[in-house]
Design a protein around this ligand. Structure first.
Ligand SMILES: Cc1ncc(COP(=O)(O)O)c(C=O)c1O
Length: 390
């Protein structure tokens, strides 16, 4: 099909929940995509932080195809070697001894919320169910996770939202401490708020939260759906701040492009969710797990160090571009504030000129594949530089 036909078909049948760029992507190699008309694009998006190993990665495809040749799905009623190996790999590499696999970031956060509430219920009984999350956070689109999301515009239309969520300002230690009034079971935060604009949660605040959580036996949840799986130059961003949460959620890059999420926790919490209290039909699907194993095997120390170097390389170059106010982020999670131009307009023009780039609130955002080459980076930056100087 040509683009017009693809667009017309999609627009006829899709619920209009996305403002699409006028492009139909067809195939690609690493961080270079081609559309239905054969035009090339440099990819600074990785499908919003998903294609950790880029597209068409030989090792990843071989692993996924090998699993497809055996069994595509088993349900969680039976054991499977690939799924067991993926669980071992993520637990050993992340530093958390227990995992629950699911299919998305929102589901991983749903699991974290249920786990925190049940842990508290088992230990203290009823009434200690509140979760504190941060203003400007983003935790997903399900009813619980939009409730946890600390942005007012997500809290329209879908009333009633869930009971038991409170919102603290990142950096306001006193406000957060005041909220821990004996009815709170967990604090949930992103080390870097991704959808909120690529904003780092202040280090001292994260350390403070860890301390008050310990003092009050409140669980600390890090939502690493976007920051996890090598994105910040460490396997998980908690390593960059030196503060370990009790529960860590991740998704996006973990399956290398297949739908997958994971909720990890420390040993003491590991047997809280028991048979019948939580579950998922698709979660821990063997094909997704084969993809995850390939991703996790690739992300060794040398690979992760290179993610940091590439990120620095991009940040240094972008700083000098016309209209750039500031550049921030870690590893290959990059936010750019512009002085006068609108990020959305720039993203549109970049797309017209062969660069796929994201926005996050008023910032431009880059989440390229972790395997992006310097040649691809330079090509993409050249397009961005030109667009910004127009
Ligand atoms: C930090 C964070 N949490 C949760 C989510 C939701 O993930 P998903 O869209 O896979 O449900 C996202 C998605 O952007 C995210 O960035």
């Amino acid at each position: 099909m040509h683009f017009t036909e693809i667009k017309e078909t999609a627009d006829t049948y899709f619920m209009p929940t996305y403002a699409h760029f006028p492009v139909a992507l067809e195939h690609g190699e690493n961080a270079t995509y081609f559309d239905s008309e054969g035009k090339a694009y440099i990819d600074f998006t990785a499908g919003i932080g998903v294609n950790a190993l880029g597209t068409n990665d030989e090792g990843w495809k071989t692993a996924v195809k090998a699993q497809l040749d055996k069994l595509q799905h088993t349900s969680n009623l039976y054991y499977n070697e690939t799924v067991a190996k993926a669980a071992k790999a993520i637990c050993e590499k992340s530093g958390f001894p227990k995992v629950l696999f699911c299919n998305s970031g929102a589901e991983a956060n749903e699991c974290a919320i249920k786990l925190a509430r049940k842990y508290s219920f088992d230990k203290y009984g009823e009434g200690r169910y509140n979760i504190v999350s941060l203003k400007n956070s983003f935790h997903g689109r399900t009813m619980a996770t939009i409730t946890a999301t600390g942005q007012d515009h997500y809290h329209e239309f879908f009333t009633p939202f869930l009971e038991g969520f409170r919102y603290a300002e990142a950096g306001d230690c006193k406000a957060l401490e005041d909220m821990l009034d004996g009815t709170v079971c967990a604090v949930m935060l992103e080390v870097i708020q991704g959808e909120g604009g690529v904003l780092e949660t202040p280090q001292e605040f994260i350390e403070f939260v860890r301390t008050v959580c310990d003092e009050n036996d409140v669980l600390l949840i890090f939502d690493e759906v976007q920051t996890g799986v090598g994105r910040t130059g460490k396997l998980f961003a908690y390593e960059t701040v030196g503060v370990k949460p009790d529960i860590l959620t991740t998704a996006k890059g973990i399956g290398g492009g297949l739908p997958m999420g994971a909720c990890l926790c420390r040993a003491e919490l590991g047997n809280t969710l028991t048979a019948g209290t939580h579950g998922t039909t698709f979660g821990g699907n063997p094909v997704a797990c084969a993809g995850a194993l390939a991703v996790l095997e690739r992300l060794d120390d040398a690979f992760l160090a290179e993610v940091s170097v590439k990120g620095e390389y991009i940040r240094e170059k972008v700083k000098a571009f016309t209209d750039v106010e500031s550049v921030r982020g870690r590893g290959l999670m990059i936010g750019i504030d512009l002085k006068t131009k609108k990020a959305g307009e720039i993203a549109k023009k970049c797309c017209e000129n062969g660069l796929l780039i994201l926005t996050a609130k008023s910032a431009l955002r880059m989440l390229p594949p972790l395997t992006i080459t310097y040649e691809e980076i330079d090509k993409g930056l050249l397009i961005l530089e030109r667009v910004l100087s127009e």
